[in-house]
Design a protein around this ligand. Structure first.
Ligand code: ADP
Ligand code: MN
Ligand code: MN
Ligand code: MN
Length: 365
């Protein structure tokens, strides 16, 4: 085997000896996971808990040093972790769990990057519309030197064309990471529904959905955690940057597919058209909610080229991948179903995206 590139490489197989050690029956390991001050990166830390809780409401509130995550100042650094949802831990297995948390300041107000709280409130108010979401999470694999994984170190791979849904050496890079992630998500309880290689080499996508209300944001954030964590095992970096390579290379998005009871019913296409009309009047508000820098990140991606629309204009069309909103061909044929909002950036917060869609389309606010 060639010498590994990684400078902190360990032989991952040695861990199996220790993972197979019998764990005391009365305890589990709980990894608490949260979104940090960047609004894009996840953090996690692990503790032992008695194996007596029945559901998430019985898990203890915990805290962390927010001055090390851009969520507090050193003199007043404790930030609270409120458990929100439990997943099975695909890394430590057994009864061990991943615990998705949201974050609260010393005064019990949500931190600046806690968008879950307001999203949940909106989802509760819109419950009767039964909003479903399906999110297509694109991402790019990088080497530890932050050069795209598998690209020649000097120069570039051949132009885009053979890579999307590609098969074969020199067409796709890192499929083992993608498949490990898929299996780990299924095991954890994430509603992952597909995956494919993307247009730029070493760019991939997985899809989550359809999920009802808040569960889309929850499942997507855990799927992102699992992705970073799996990639760690392979010594590869995952970036959610919306335009990792400038120039003639596709950017990275998080297309968000949305439907309600009304759009899924017979002749729901009329409701889809009404929804598009509402979206057309709120373009700027949506752009602000679709990346952590209120449009600044997406500016590099939404150029009007590379299967995107311009960040400055709103547009919609059937089967058109150069629009803000695409009505899938099958939806037009069935006259019911869902719409695809192609604007959200790969590093968007799915809580912010789903919240603003429901506010605009269901609650008219
Ligand atoms: P694309 O053709 O844009 O690449 P994908 O197959 O990657 O589409 O993704 C389709 C997404 O749409 C999936 O996440 C799926 O869960 C979601 N989806 C399917 N039906 C619905 C629906 N009725 N409402 C919301 N989302 C849906
Ligand atoms: Mn897709
Ligand atoms: Mn895609
Ligand atoms: Mn899509």
């Amino acid at each position: 085997m060639a010498a590994p590139l990684q400078n902190a490489y360990t032989n991952k197989r040695v861990l199996d000896r220790y993972l197979s050690l019998e764990q005391p029956k009365n305890v589990i390991l709980a990894t608490y996971i949260w979104i940090d001050g960047s609004g894009e990166n996840v953090r996690g830390k692990t503790r032992t808990l008695d194996n007596t809780f029945k559901d998430v409401s019985e898990l203890p509130i915990w805290n962390f040093d927010g001055s090390s995550t851009d969520q507090a100042i050193g003199k007043n650094s404790d930030v609270y972790l409120y458990p929100c949802a439990i997943y099975k831990d695909p890394f430590l297995r057994g009864d061990n769990i991943l615990v998705l948390c949201d974050t609260y300041k010393y005064n019990e107000k949500p931190t600046e990057t806690n968008h879950r709280k307001s999203c949940l409130e909106v989802m509760k108010r819109a419950e009767k519309h039964v909003p479903w979401f399906g999110l297509e999470q694109e991402y790019t694999l990088l080497d530890q030197d932050r050069h795209p994984f598998g690209w020649p170190k000097m120069g570039f791979p051949g132009p885009q064309g053979p890579y999307y849904c590609g098969v074969g050496t020199n067409k796709v890079f890192g499929r083992d990471i993608v498949e490990a992630h898929y299996k780990a998500c299924l095991y954890a309880g994430v509603k992952i529904c597909g995956t494919n290689a993307e247009v730029m080499p070493s760019q991939w996508e997985f899809q989550v959905g359809p999920c009802v209300g808040i569960t889309m944001g929850d499942d997507l954030w855990i799927a992102r955690y699992i992705l970073h964590r799996v990639a760690e095992d392979f010594g590869v970096v995952v970036t959610l940057d919306p335009k990792p390579m400038p120039g003639n290379w596709n950017g990275t998005g998080a297309h968000t597919n949305f439907s309600t009871e009304a759009t899924r019913a017979e002749n729901g296409i009329i409701e889809i058209e009404k929804a598009i009309d509402k979206l057309s009047k709120q373009h700027l508000r949506h752009i602000k909610a679709y990346d952590p820098k209120e449009g600044k990140d997406n500016e590099r991606r939404l150029t009007g080229l590379h299967e995107t629309s311009s960040i400055h204009d709103f547009s919609a069309g059937v089967a058109n991948r150069g629009c803000s909103i695409r009505i899938p061909r099958q939806v037009a044929a069935d006259k019911k179903g869902y719409l695809e909002d192609r604007r959200p950036s790969s590093n968007c917060d799915p809580y912010s995206v789903s919240e603003v869609l429901v506010r605009t389309i269901c609650l008219d606010e």
